[in-house]
Design a protein around this ligand. Structure first.
Ligand SMILES: Nc1ncnc2c1ncn2[C@@H]1O[C@H](COP(=O)(O)OP(=O)(O)O)[C@@H](O)[C@H]1O
Ligand SMILES: [Mg+2]
Length: 483
């Protein structure tokens, strides 16, 4: 949607320049004309009339000494009989093109010269006058305002597009790390709902990646060029949340000093991410239901209904179904929000992903810092064993802190500051111990499926069988010794 808007936008600036120049040439009955703008320290011809195409973008065809003078003095210039004028007559371009009369006026942005508008006449049929000069100067001042406006508008647009590109890069699917079966399920569901407008409910503990998934759904879906708006709904005063979501009319309550657009209007055409949805009050639940049913909102204190087209993605760290059963959440709203539920697993339910995540966050940290750091097997094992009540968010913080605090280029258990790592650093464990722990954990995650486990660990099935037998044997031996 926006990419076509941007092209037409850039065309709009070009068109404006052409129109301004055409007007100038016609009004002054000139032969040729050009608009020259300063662009990164250079003077470039950005619009031209009757200049041969091969030279239309350079200054050589114009009387460049006159153009430069208008820029440097910031004053309009009129020259009659250019060839007779000792100041310009020798300039190669003048000689070459038999220019007889020139007017050149600066284009101002605030008090700065951003370029000039130039016209000349090669025949004797028109010789510009001082009166022409005054008129042309005023014309140039007005034109400059239009050009400046159009230019900064298109620059703004380009900036916005660039930011959007960045956002789309940043929220790519591939940025969501995970290969465990539980994450595969998440990805499968995401792929199914990505290209539609279906309302999605994201359930999961805090820090499991709900917002990350919401953004990925938006930035990889059909609404990617429209806004992604988020609102945190947990423990907010009802009136505040209401006016944030739906906006208000001036004077509808103390402090409503002007009309205000609500976030639903701002998100129009895009996606609205409602975080901690389980906490919203019954009044807001009812209003939300109206948006979902009729696609209409009403600003607080307003009688007029406004149409909005918004895709809803909501998130909760509670069971929303449970809230319905406790009569704290409207059932009809629940079904509207929850066309599809995506459950984000707690990190402790997908321990096999921890090494992947750790390496990912280490390389992110390395990109920001100067050097790459690696993690010792012992430290990695401690991270895999820990139960991560704060989930991936806590892991991100742990890795970033360890990266900053560790000396040298390795991160060891002592750099982690997680409770279990401290115990672990006291206990002596061998590499074989770690190997066994990891294999058994992954095996459990895959519901004892050995083929998938071997695949996920990048080992052969034969190796896995061999190891399992070995561990079984030693376990039986231990038990015998113990009895
Ligand atoms: N699967 C994942 N891969 C990479 N980073 C993740 C993943 N899940 C969560 N994160 C990161 O963890 C942090 C918390 O994620 P967030 O989406 O805010 O969680 P939630 O909304 O569930 O509280 C963010 O920095 C996010 O980028
Ligand atoms: Mg969150």
């Amino acid at each position: 949607m926006n990419s076509s808007a941007s092209t037409s936008d850039r065309q709009d600036v070009g068109k404006l320049l052409d129109t301004v120049l055409a007007l100038a040439v016609d009004m002054m009955d000139a032969d040729r004309g050009a608009i020259v703008l300063q662009q990164s320290g250079q003077l470039n011809v950005v619009a031209s009339r009757n200049l041969p195409p091969e030279s239309a973008s350079s200054l050589t065809e114009l009387s460049s000494s006159i153009v430069r003078k208008a820029v440097s003095t910031a004053a309009p210039i009129l020259v009659h009989d250019v060839q007779a004028d000792p100041r310009y007559g020798q300039a190669a371009s003048v000689v070459l093109h038999q220019i007889t009369s020139v007017i050149c006026a600066p284009l101002f942005m605030h008090d700065r010269v951003i370029g000039v508008i130039y016209i000349d006449s090669r025949s004797n049929r028109q010789r510009f006058t001082d009166e022409n000069l005054n008129f042309f100067d005023i014309f140039a001042r007005i034109a400059a305002i239009a050009i400046d406006y159009a230019r900064s508008y298109s620059e703004l647009y380009r900036d916005a597009l660039r930011l959007q590109d960045e956002a789309q890069q940043r929220w790519r699917f591939e940025e969501i790390i995970g290969q465990s079966p539980k994450m595969q399920e998440v990805f499968n569901l995401m792929r199914r709902v990505m290209h539609s407008d279906i309302s999605v409910l994201l359930e999961g503990e805090s820090g499991t990646g709900k917002e990350l998934v919401a953004r990925a759904l938006h930035y990889n879906g059909p609404r990617r060029d429209r806004p992604f708006v988020t609102q945190f709904c947990g423990n907010l005063a009802e009136s505040l949340l209401e006016s944030e979501l739906f906006g208000h009319k001036k004077g509808s309550f103390t402090g409503a000093i002007a009309d205000k657009k609500g976030l639903f209007e701002i998100a129009d055409g895009g996606t609205f991410f409602l975080d901690e949805i389980a906490d919203i009050s019954p009044t807001i639940q009812t209003k939300l239901l109206r948006v979902l049913q009729d696609g209409e909102i009403r600003r607080v204190g307003d009688t007029e209904a406004r149409r909005v087209n918004v895709r809803i993605i909501s998130a909760t760290n509670k069971s929303l179904k449970g809230e319905v059963e406790q009569n704290r959440f409207r059932e009809d709203l629940f079904y509207r929000l929850n066309v599809i539920t995506v459950k984000l697993p707690a990190l402790r339910e997908r321990q096999s992903d921890i090494p992947l995540l750790v390496n990912h966050f280490l390389s992110v940290a390395a990109k920001r810092g100067q050097n790459t750091k690696r993690i010792t097997p012992r430290a990695l094992q401690a991270l895999v064993n820990y139960d991560w009540p704060g989930n991936v968010r806590e892991l991100v913080n742990t890795i970033e802190r360890a990266y900053l605090l560790s000396e040298g280029d390795t991160i060891d258990v002592g750099d982690l500051f997680i409770p279990e790592a401290e115990q672990l650093s006291l206990r002596r464990r061998t590499l074989k111990d770690f190997e066994r722990d990891i294999v058994l954990k992954v095996l459990k995650e895959y519901g004892d499926n050995k083929t998938l486990t071997a695949e996920s660990l990048g080992v052969s099935l034969r190796w896995l069988h061999y190891k399992l037998n070995e561990w079984n044997a030693s376990k039986m031996k231990d038990e015998k010794v113990g009895s």
